[in-house]
Design a binder for this molecule. Structure first.
Ligand SMILES: [Mn+2]
Length: 225
């Protein structure tokens, strides 16, 4: 091989690696996905979650503001999410919102598989105009949610605002994850809830992401997650 040819080698590879098609596949592993099928006498939830997605969504929960939040979780998390929920909204929104959190958590747990090579933990500070929200996620195997919103209104859009807490409780317990979310400051209740969901999605995206360098490593010194 001539000197010229050897020099051309790595340069060519670098150019190919920089291409958009390769970037979406950081590893050669298949995209992590799970189907959602959760039925109780109170709610019926079906769908599909792809962790290594492209931010595509098709969501209908019967609560328009919750659709808005789940759509942006998919987009900001880089997930693909299809979700159909029918629940006893004639009682109130509690069962539906909580069970969607649980169903998403179950799907996340299933799709993550053995959790080898993932970052495991992630956080994000999300501004939304006058509001600043923080979320931190640890896919630790231990369920716990701390949600501190201090919303002064009963509803945001058509969503009962106290149920934001129940959504993250449901998610954290089913995904066996620590989820912390808070609003540092803000005025608009719409922005506060939205910034929290965006921060959560982006924190989760980091936590789920696979680090090729540590592909075979379980991110815990316990040997169990
Ligand atoms: Mn909005």
């Amino acid at each position: 091989m001539s000197l010229r040819a050897r020099r051309a080698g790595p340069t060519k590879r670098l150019v190919r690696r920089a291409g958009p098609a390769k970037r979406t596949r950081q590893t050669n592993q298949p995209p992590r996905r799970a189907t959602i099928d959760r039925r109780t006498t109170e709610t019926q939830i079906r769908g599909r979650l792809v962790i290594d997605g492209q931010g595509r969504y098709d969501v209908r929960t019967g609560i328009r503001f919750l659709d808005h939040m789940l759509e942006l979780v998919a987009r900001h998390g880089g997930f693909d999410l299809t979700l159909r929920a029918t629940g006893d909204l004639d009682v109130d929104q509690h069962h539906t919102v909580e069970d969607i959190g649980i169903a998403l958590g179950e799907a996340m747990l299933a799709a993550l598989g053995d959790r080898k090579g993932i970052n495991r933990a992630g956080y994000f500070v999300m501004p939304m105009d006058e509001t600043l929200a923080v979320a931190a996620v640890d896919l630790s195997g231990r369920p716990h949610a701390v949600v501190d919103l201090k919303l002064g209104v009963e509803r945001v859009g058509d969503l009962q605002s106290e149920l934001v807490h129940d959504f993250f409780d449901g998610f954290a317990s089913a995904a066996r994850a620590n989820v912390h979310a808070t609003v540092l400051y803000g005025r608009s209740s719409h922005h506060q809830v939205e910034a929290v969901f965006k921060a959560f999605a982006r924190a989760l995206r980091v936590a789920c992401a696979r680090d090729a360098r540590l592909a075979k490593m379980l991110p815990s010194t316990k040997g169990l997650l």
